[in-house]
Design a protein around this ligand. Structure first.
Ligand SMILES: [Zn+2]
Ligand SMILES: [Zn+2]
Length: 125
């Protein structure tokens, strides 16, 4: 299955709206324009290259952390191949629309550490 590619996306490197580029991270709608990809020597990251994957099943606390992460406006949520936002469950990330399940998540999305990342990078003053 080929994930749906958006007509327009915000490139996180040059921070402009682009229409041509590549998908950068698996299961997240992070796209990088070709110019930035070339400049930074970026290639699409495949699932196997990700070292900090935590496999399901997860504990209730991990699921709560992941669900809050998925709902956070500051981060890219995990999405299914159709671009639907996954729901966090103890057996994995689940899409109720197409019944797809993803059985891993980044370790830092499961232990609330993503929240301190926001606090460290977002200046509230
Ligand atoms: Zn760019
Ligand atoms: Zn779906």
């Amino acid at each position: 299955m080929t994930p749906k590619f958006p007509a327009r996306f915000a490139c996180p490197f040059c921070q402009t709206w682009c229409s041509k580029g590549m998908s950068y991270l698996p299961h997240m709608q992070v796209y990088v324009c070709y110019a930035c990809a070339e400049k930074n020597g970026l290639a699409s990251v495949s699932e196997d290259e990700i070292g900090n994957r935590a496999q399901a099943k997860w504990t209730t606390d991990q699921v709560e952390s992941l669900a809050a992460y998925q709902a956070s406006p500051q981060y890219f949520p995990f999405v299914c191949d159709q671009g639907d936002i996954f729901e966090a469950t103890t057996v994995g990330l689940f899409c109720p629309k197409c019944e797809q399940i993803l059985k891993w998540a980044y370790a830092w999305t499961l232990d609330w550490s993503w929240r301190s990342l926001i606090e460290a990078t977002v200046d509230h003053s």
